[in-house]
Design a protein around this ligand. Structure first.
Ligand code: AMP
Ligand code: MG
Length: 268
């Protein structure tokens, strides 16, 4: 993994236990991180406007994490700075009976952002090689084939102007325990507590294996994965904002040429 860009180089094996979830990269304090986040959020607003004006690209942010990993927090702290008119968040839950009648990418494709906008997936098609694999909801040959299918799907999207930014928020098992305890102890967080999270927690090892495989199999040149250390929320937010900023900058966005010869227009 490239230090501080958090990018998983395509073709490399991922060992999550060798990536420190407490890492704060070059940002050693909360103050520093918050200051950089504020700067990046301001730049993101400008870039988002340009993305809209340019009108030829969309950006799709895919967020995955274990329960309590901070997907909602990232959406609150990073995406909230954007213009809501050009940012759509989609949360993927257990598929509905209608969704079950279709291929697993059907609901995903429908939610892919339109040109000029930013889409955020809170969970995604990756659940179909994560929870589905861990719980054996389909036979192994079915989920195994999905790595290739997902890569081809994402390649098609990329070739059609959708820039995909995939981020795994990395926390350790002990940090999750603390966050789950906080949901029990802090009345303001009680509503977030779910017994289902404890059930999933028992399968932590299986999830880590499933994540490592997904990160390796689906980190591609066109849509690489990023593993963002997420113990420190201030680092997590700053790191995600920076990744999104860099992604938008890389699109080389420009405002289109005026449609009319403006020099000739006189408004009376
Ligand atoms: P939450 O994000 O906490 O609201 O929980 C959503 C739940 O939906 C999680 O337990 C996910 O594992 C589950 N989920 C999301 N997508 C799928 C899927 N394709 N198949 C099965 N379960 C899913
Ligand atoms: Mg949950």
């Amino acid at each position: 993994m490239t230090k501080h860009t958090h990018r998983i180089e395509p073709g490399t094996r991922v060992h999550l236990d060798r990536i420190d979830p407490d890492d704060t990269g070059p940002l050693h304090s909360k103050e520093k991180a918050r200051a950089r986040l504020a700067e990046d959020l301001e730049e993101l607003r400008r870039l988002q406007y340009l993305l809209y004006a340019d009108g030829t690209h969309a950006v799709l942010v895919v967020l995955q994490a274990m329960d309590t990993g901070g997907k909602d927090g990232v959406i609150r702290h990073v995406m909230s700075g954007l213009n809501p008119a050009g940012c759509v968040v989609t949360s993927f839950k257990v598929p509905s009976s209608e969704e079950h009648q279709h291929d697993y990418l059907w609901r995903i494709h429908k939610a892919v952002p339109a040109r000029g906008t930013i889409g955020v997936f809170n969970r995604s098609h990756y659940e179909d090689v994560l929870v589905v694999r861990v719980h054996g909801l389909v036979p192994e040959e079915t989920w195994r084939a999905r790595y290739r299918q997902i890569n081809e799907f994402e390649r098609m999207l990329t070739e059609n102007g959708i820039s995909i930014l995939k981020i795994y928020l990395h926390i350790g098992k002990e940090e999750q325990a603390e966050r789950l305890r906080a949901r029990i102890q802090d009345p303001a967080k009680n509503w977030k507590f779910s017994m289902a999270d404890l059930e999933e927690r028992k399968r932590w090892k299986d999830y880590m294996e499933a994540f490592e495989d997904a990160l390796r199999e689906c980190s591609t040149e066109w849509a690489p994965w990023h593993v963002v250390p997420a113990t420190h929320k201030w680092y997590r937010d700053a790191a995600v904002a920076r990744l999104l900023r860099r992604r938008l900058e890389a699109l080389d966005l420009t405002t289109p040429e005026p449609r009319e010869d403006l020099a000739k227009i006189v408004i009376r």
